[in-house]
Design a protein around this ligand. Structure first.
Ligand code: NOJ
Length: 550
């Protein structure tokens, strides 16, 4: 089927369902709540939704541990509510994308229950190994979440591999029967009308033969043996050939530790097996590989990440643009400034939204939600946070450890969306399943709807502009003043139309500089975040977008 690549003109909104909006008053976000808010999402200019998992799940990893791939969790409203949301999206001309989590299942999935009892055909659905002769674990790999990657199962009398939580056993993708199951799942949802998939840690699904010890990586031991593994491209090509090629859908691959050159092997438009990639380089301007190893924010690193993906994918593949999702703390608290909350929220939006690619906005990002800062570590829910808190920085005082978690934890960005200043931020009429950020009276959707100068309205304007101006889709990207440690400046250029984006990332203000050839007298400033501006200075976190014709 010829690909229309409709995703290139779109802006997506990511829903992390538990915390988006509760529609039935039980304290948990659900699809009834989503239904109420479809018009709101559309009003932002977003025309697609990516749902983090909404399948039945025990919730050990907030839904990324799936117990049944072909149903919707009753706590989210079940299939009935889902059908309504799907219809509601399509009626509005919006697309709906599901999360495909097939590196692992929940240990409560029927396949695992049968596999541990060696009931065929499920016996080899997972990666089982006996202990080594000396009684040691089958290899030295770490899980990404909870200590070692192997747990002993009493029923089967063997260890199973789990690259994430103990309750998330890895599937054995080398087994053709497992790949057939994946195809069944894909067809099930595509036949129902869903428009594509975000594929969870899909680059992990093929493990190196023999599962050897890893002597290379100091942390996340084992990663070189399963990230971009030996059969990855073969399996992805099989899914494409047998399923995706028969539908007008798109695929978005989550890929830890990937740089553009490697990414092109997956998403090159001529030869790749997937359409877009969630890369982590753009998330590493203030940490080393993971949020749990924070460093000072480096504008250079952020600029380098943006520019390198823009330049290297140009003409070959399509970028997925994002600043936030459910796996990282809030971006203003990281790359921006809580003191210059409004200005930096807007500057970050401008920095991302005029690049080439398909932007994804995470719930609450559009109102500049900030990191949640619990008073005590036992308030954390997330499995990864809990493990990290219990096992790292043990010699440091409690308050220091807690503050580190505010900066690192995924829960910092998982609190309920702040809809208004009523009790529980308008998220639920019941008791919320999770804590609401204390700042909801100052930061909420209702307040920002009524303030034309809000971050929310800035997102709307920016999204509107990017849809209106062909240069945002087609223009060539160029970064200017890349040595400057205070300003991110880039232009987009196509025949007849040029765009210049200037974003200051400093609390002190700095000199305004314009690239050679830029003529202020003919350019029109089409978006900015201060009521007025001059040609010599940029105020704290000031941003401007200029357009001119040539
Ligand atoms: C990546 C997902 O985004 C994250 O939330 C999840 O915990 C892991 N994969 C495991 O599925």
């Amino acid at each position: 089927m010829a690909r229309s690549r409709w995703y290139k003109d779109m802006v997506f909104y990511q829903i992390w369902p538990r915390s988006f909006k509760d529609g039935n008053g039980d304290g948990m976000g659900d699809l009834w709540g989503v239904l109420e808010k479809l018009d709101y999402i559309q009003s932002l200019g977003c025309d697609g939704i990516w749902f983090s998992p909404i399948y039945p799940s025990p919730g050990a990893d907030c839904g990324y541990d799936i117990a049944d791939y072909m149903d919707i969790d009753p706590q989210f409203g079940g299939m009935e509510a889902f059908q309504k949301v799907l219809e509601g999206c399509h009626q509005r001309g919006m697309k709906l994308v599901m999360d495909l989590v097939v590196n692992h299942t929940s240990d409560e999935h029927e396949w695992f229950q049968k596999s541990r009892q060696r009931i065929d055909p499920y016996t080899d659905y997972y990666i089982w190994r006996p202990a080594r002769e000396d009684g040691k674990l089958p290899n030295n790999w770490d899980s990404n979440f909870e200590g070692k990657a192997w747990t002993f199962d009493e029923v089967r009398g063997e260890y199973y591999l789990h690259l994430f939580a103990v309750k998330q056993p890895d599937l054995n993708m080398d087994n053709p029967l497992v790949r057939e199951e994946v195809k069944k799942i894909l067809r099930f949802w595509l036949d129902m009308g869903v428009d594509g998939f975000r594929e969870d840690v899909i680059t992990y699904i093929s493990k190196k033969e023999g599962l050897p010890d890893d002597h290379l990586f100091p942390i996340y031991k084992g990663m070189p043996c399963y990230n971009h593994g030996p059969h990855i491209h073969e399996y992805l090509a099989e899914f494409k050939r047998d399923v995706f090629d028969h539908y007008d859908c798109f695929t978005l691959a989550e890929a830890p530790l990937v740089w553009p050159k490697r990414a092109l092997k997956y998403i090159d438009e001529e030869q790749g097996q997937l359409d877009m990639m969630i890369q982590f380089q753009c998330q590493c301007a203030d940490c080393l590989f993971t949020d749990y190893l924070p460093t000072k924010f480096s504008l250079h690193r952020m600029k380098h990440a943006f520019s390198s993906w823009q330049k290297k994918l140009w003409g070959k593949a399509w970028n997925m643009l994002y600043l936030e999702n459910h796996d990282h703390p809030r971006i203003i608290s990281r790359y921006g400034s809580e003191q210059y909350w409004k200005q930096s929220g807007k500057t970050l939006a401008a920095a991302m939204l005029f690049q080439q690619g398909t932007p994804f906005i995470y719930q609450g990002q559009e109102i500049g939600m900030l990191n949640w800062q619990p008073e005590s570590a036992d308030m954390y829910e997330d499995v990864q946070t809990r493990y990290n808190y219990a096992h790292s920085n043990l010699s440091k005082p409690e308050d220091v450890r807690l503050k580190k978690m505010w900066r690192s934890s995924r829960d910092s960005a998982r609190t309920p969306v702040q809809w208004d200043d009523s009790e529980n931020a308008g998220f639920t009429t019941g008791t919320p399943w999770f804590y609401v950020n204390r700042n909801y009276r100052e930061i909420n959707v209702a307040q920002q709807e009524s303030d034309p100068d809000s971050i929310l309205h800035f997102y709307r304007k920016a999204i509107h502009l990017r849809k209106e101006l062909p240069v945002v889709r087609h223009g060539q990207y160029r970064e200017h003043f890349f040595l400057n440690g205070k300003v991110y400046c880039y232009s987009r250029k196509m025949v007849g139309e040029k765009l210049l984006v200037i974003c200051s990332f400093t609390e002190k203000g700095t000199k305004a500089k314009f690239p050679a050839g830029f003529d202020k007298s003919t350019a029109q400033c089409i978006l900015h975040n201060y009521p007025d501006f001059d040609s010599t200075t940029l105020r704290p976190y000031e941003c401007r977008v200029y357009l001119w014709e040539e």
